[in-house]
Design a binder for this molecule. Structure first.
Ligand code: BES
Ligand code: ZN
Ligand code: ZN
Length: 459
C-alpha cells in the first residue's frame, strides 16, 4: 500500500461532502463560532471549495468539501493539496462511486516527476475504506504514473534503448516473453519503415515485441508509437513545435502501462505488445521527403513529409499485429497536431472500424472520467492519399482533416477486418491542474482497461 493511504484510522479527521445548494441551510445549523470563521474566510459555498471546520478549542474537527451532483474525478483532486498533511477518512456522505473517485484522484495528485530534483514535501494520508477496492485503485495509479514517468523522462535518458529496457523490466516482472529486433536486423525481419525512420539517429531503431498469457484466451494486440524524440526529420520542426517532442513515445508509454494493468490483474487475455522504438533524427543518412519505402505489407509509400513518421512505423507494426488475426487491435499514438486542433488537449480522439464498439468505449471513457471522442474513418478522404509514383502517399497534399487522413493511412495496413481502435492522444498536460502536473499524462488508458475488462467477460 502506498504511503498516502493508511490502514489505521484512529484519530483521523472526517471529510464530508455537502452539495452546494444545501450550503446555506447547513450554515444555519452551525455555531456562531463556525459561522464567523467561515465568513471571515469569505467562503461562498460553491462547488470545489474545501472547508476546514474548527472545534470550539480551535482544533481541526472536520473537513467539508462542497460538491456537485455530477462531480468528476478531478473535482476531488484539490483535496490533498488543500489539506497539506494529516490523516483523514471519508464519512458516509461519499457513496462507493464517489469514494473510488476520491481515492483515485488522491493517489494521482501525489505524483511529481522528481527524477532529477527531489523536494521535501508533505502529503496527507487517506484511511482505507471497506468498500473501495484499493488494489484496483493502486493498479490504476501505478499505471498512470508509469505513463507519466516514461514521457517526462527527457529524450537523452529515454531513447530507443531505454524504452526497450523499460519494456523488458515490465516483461520480467510479469514473466512475459520479450524479444527486441535491433537496427539492421530490422531489414531481414521485414520492418522497413521502422528501420528507415530510425536510421538517421546514432541511437538505433528497434522493434519491441512482448507476449504474455495463455494461448487459449482471446488475443489482444497493443501497438504504441515509440518515437523517443520527434525532431521532424529533414522537414524539421520549428523550436516551439519541437519543445514537447520527448512525449512522442507517449503511445508506447500507454500500451506498456495498459499491458502492466492487464498482467497485474491477470486478465484472461493472450496479450501481445508491439512498440516500434525510434528517434526521428537528422543526419547524412536521414530519410527524405519523397523517398519511397516498400513497407512490411508490400505496399509502397511515398514520404510526403518526414515529420509524418509515426504513421510509417505504426503501419509496419499494425500489419504484423493484423497478420495473427487477434480479437482486438489497439494502437495508441501522439500522431497528429490536427487531432489536438479538433479536440483540444484533454479529449483523446478515437477511430475504429466498428462504430458500435467504439461508442461503447466512448461511453465507458466518460463514465470513468477518462474522456475519448470518436472521429470518422471517412472513406472518401482516402483519395487524398494517392501518389503518382507509389501505392500511397504518407500525407497527401490536403491541409484539412489531418487526424482522419493519418487514421485512414493506418487502416491501409489492416487487411483482416479485426476490431481495431486507434487513439490519437495528447499525452501531455500543458499546465498544472488539480491532480495533474504539467507534463506527461495518461489519456484513454483507464478507458481502454475498462473496455478490455468488459471485453474478456463477454468474449
Ligand atoms: N508527433 C507529431 C504529432 C503531434 C504534434 C502530436 C504535436 C501532438 C502534438 C507527428 O509526428 C507530426 O509531426 N505530425 C504532423 C503530420 C504532418 C506533417 C502531416 C502534424 O501533425 O503536423
Ligand atoms: Zn512528426
Ligand atoms: Zn511524431
Amino acid at each position: 500500500m502506498h504511503s498516502y493511504f493508511s490502514k489505521a484510522s484512529d484519530g483521523s479527521i472526517p471529510i464530508t461532502r455537502l452539495l452546494a445548494p444545501e450550503y446555506k441551510k447547513w450554515l444555519e445549523g452551525q455555531s456562531d463560532f463556525v459561522r464567523n470563521w467561515l465568513s471571515s474566510l469569505h467562503v461562498k459555498g460553491v462547488s470545489g471549495e474545501v472547508l476546514a471546520i474548527p472545534s470550539p478549542s480551535g482544533a481541526m474537527e472536520k473537513i467539508v468539501i462542497i460538491d456537485n451532483i455530477s462531480s468528476g474525478l478531478w473535482d476531488y483532486a484539490s483535496l490533498p493539496s488543500s489539506l497539506k498533511s494529516g490523516v483523514f477518512h471519508l464519512d458516509d456522505s461519499f457513496n462507493i462511486h464517489q469514494a473510488n473517485l476520491v481515492f483515485l484522484s488522491w493517489g494521482l495528485s501525489a505524483y511529481r516527476f522528481d527524477r532529477y530534483s527531489k523536494k521535501d514535501r508533505t502529503f496527507p494520508k487517506l484511511c482505507v475504506r471497506q468498500d473501495v477496492d484499493l488494489i484496483e485503485v493502486e493498479r490504476q495509479i501505478a499505471a498512470t504514473n508509469l505513463v507519466r514517468d516514461l514521457i517526462n523522462t527527457p529524450a537523452n535518458h529515454m531513447g530507443p534503448v531505454e524504452l526497450a529496457e523499460s519494456a523488458t523490466a515490465i516483461a520480467h516482472k510479469y514473466k512475459a516473453d520479450i524479444s527486441i529486433i535491433v537496427d539492421k536486423d530490422l531489414i531481414p525481419a521485414n520492418y522497413p519503415a521502422v528501420y528507415t525512420v530510425g536510421m538517421a539517429s546514432d541511437r538505433a531503431p528497434r522493434l519491441i515485441d512482448m507476449r504474455w498469457g495463455s494461448e487459449k484466451h482471446p488475443k489482444i494486440t497493443l501497438v504504441g508509437k515509440g518515437v523517443c524524440f520527434d525532431s521532424g526529420g529533414l522537414d524539421i520542426k520549428p523550436a516551439a513545435g519541437m519543445l514537447t517532442m520527448k512525449k512522442d513515445m507517449g503511445g508506447a508509454a500507454h500500451v506498456l502501462a495498459l499491458a502492466q494493468m492487464i498482467m497485474d490483474a491477470d486478465l484472461p487475455v493472450r496479450l501481445r505488445v508491439l512498440v516500434p522504438a525510434v528517434e526521428n533524427s537528422i543526419s547524412g543518412v536521414a530519410y527524405r521527403p519523397m523517398d519511397v519505402i516498400k513497407m512490411r505489407s508490400g505496399k509502397t509509400v511515398e514520404v510526403g513529409n518526414t515529420d509524418a513518421e509515426g504513421r510509417l512505423v505504426l503501419a509496419d507494426a499494425l500489419h504484423e499485429a493484423d497478420g495473427e488475426k487477434p480479437s482486438l487491435i489497439i494502437d495508441v499514438a501522439t500522431l497528429t497536431g490536427a487531432a489536438r486542433v479538433a479536440m483540444g488537449t484533454e479529449v483523446g480522439v478515437l477511430f475504429s472500424n466498428n462504430n458500435e464498439q467504439a461508442q461503447q468505449l466512448v461511453r465507458m471513457s466518460h463514465e470513468i472520467h477518462d474522456p475519448l471522442w470518436q472521429m470518422p474513418l471517412w472513406e472518401p478522404y482516402k483519395s487524398g492519399l494517392k501518389s503518382k509514383v507509389a501505392d500511397l502517399s504518407s500525407t497527401g497534399s490536403s491541409a484539412y482533416g489531418g487526424a482522419i487522413t493519418a487514421a485512414l493511412f493506418l487502416s491501409e495496413f489492416l487487411e483482416n477486418k479485426t476490431l481495431w481502435f486507434h487513439l490519437d492522444v495528447m499525452a501531455w498536460n500543458t499546465n498544472d491542474k488539480p491532480g495533474r502536473q504539467e507534463g506527461g499524462e495518461a489519456m484513454g488508458l483507464r478507458a481502454l482497461y475498462a473496455f478490455i475488462n468488459n471485453f474478456v467477460k463477454t468474449a
